[in-house]
Design a protein around this ligand. Structure first.
Ligand code: SAM
Ligand code: SF4
Length: 331
């Protein structure tokens, strides 16, 4: 079977015009935190080791996506850095011809230990999730995380060459919305890209029902006390963020209005879960299973077909709320 870059994206089904070039890979369902909005207090049920894709299997799936247009990969989880030897996976993926950039989203708890190895192995960028600048609140949100360790990790990552670092802040009403301005202020003197994410109601209602999002427009109004936000041209290559700058600021402020504005038509990503399912959308229950193909020695074309199926089943708009946690989907 012959494929040209983005052939399937442009020629098949409802996604004819859509360019899907970005694969998010969850390397583990495990995490050293249990953030209140992302996991229940007892954590999530651990998948048996044998159910988790090996590094070689992940490489096979990514490789099969290249002829379809996939050229960027983000490693996520769970917490990607709790999986042993993740820098080795970074090396395996970043050296695949056709993969232009490998990124990672991490809670930062282990970043100090791994930043240099990740950089040396070809990781291009790192996003650190940081929902509070207050140590005690941070500990409460993450159920035990140590903020000063994350800042140390960020500093080490900057020295290792990760610049600018994106800081992901999930803004939740009554939890951390009083820190929006303080987070925005960080961009005045530093090159961070602070990205405010609207909380999305994932997980069972007992969890998701407890939290409420703040619309990005309201966040912008709060930030207005620091001066006008100047919109930056273009869109982020790796996501749906709207990007702005405060006058004279070194860094950038981004907003991911996941709830208040639909960016479905421009969404450029699919997801591979740690247990080998391809998901076309965070909010869709549809999954294409690839693990059984990988483990029965299916040829690369069959894996590409499965990826094409996932791309083609990408909904053109949001379908439903999601009862799974982000950590198991690969946020
Ligand atoms: N453990 C890593 C971390 O926290 O960065 C990677 C996985 S985590 C699921 C990826 C991102 O999803 C984090 O920035 C996290 O804050 C975000 N996230 C988790 N649950 C969310 C929710 N319900 N709504 C919006 N973002 C969420
Ligand atoms: Fe773990 Fe990331 Fe979920 Fe927090 S947001 S529990 S760090 S996976």
């Amino acid at each position: 079977m012959q494929h040209r870059p983005n052939d399937c994206n442009q020629n098949s089904g409802q996604n004819r015009k859509r360019v899907i070039n970005y694969l998010r890979v969850s390397v583990t369902d495990l995490c050293d935190y249990r953030c209140t909005y992302c996991m229940p207090p007892e954590g999530v049920e651990r998948l048996p080791h044998s159910e988790i894709l090996t590094f070689e299997e992940i490489r096979t799936v990514v490789g099969a996506g290249i002829p379809l247009g996939i050229n960027r990969v983000r490693l996520t989880g769970g917490e990607p850095l709790v999986r042993r030897d993740v820098p080795q996976l970074v090396r395996m993926l970043s050296s695949l011809p056709g993969i232009e950039e490998v990124y990672m989203t991490t809670n930062g708890s282990l970043l100090g230990e791994f930043a240099h190895a990740l950089r040396q192995n070809g990781l291009k960028r790192v996003n650190v999730s940081l929902d509070s600048l207050k140590a005690e609140r941070y500990r409460e949100i993450t159920r035990g995380g140590r903020l000063e360790k994350v800042w140390r990790g960020i500093e080490i990552a900057r020295k290792a060459g990760f610049e600018p670092i994106k800081l992901n802040v999930v803004v939740i009403k009554g939890v951390n919305d009083d820190e929006i301005v303080d987070f925005a202020k960080l961009t005045l003197e530093n090159s961070y890209e602070v990205r405010f994410i609207e909380y999305m109601p994932f997980g069972p209602p007992a969890v998701s029902g407890k939290f409420e999002y703040i619309p990005a427009d309201e966040m912008k109004r709060h930030i207005g006390v620091l001066g006008p936000l100047e919109k930056l041209p273009g869109v982020s290559l790796s996501g749906p963020a709207e990007r702005y700058k405060l006058a004279g600021a070194r860094g950038v402020i981004g907003f991911i209005p996941a709830m208040s504005h639909s960016f479905c038509p421009t969404c450029n990503r699919i997801r591979l879960t740690a247990d080998g399912r391809l998901l076309s959308c965070l909010f869709s229950g549809r999954a294409v299973e690839v693990k059984s193909l990988l483990r029965t020695g299916a040829p690369a074309e069959r894996i590409s077909d499965a990826i094409r199926l996932a791309i083609d089943s990408k909904p053109s708009g949001r379908e439903a709320r999601c009862e799974s946690f982000m950590s198991s989907i690969g946020g």
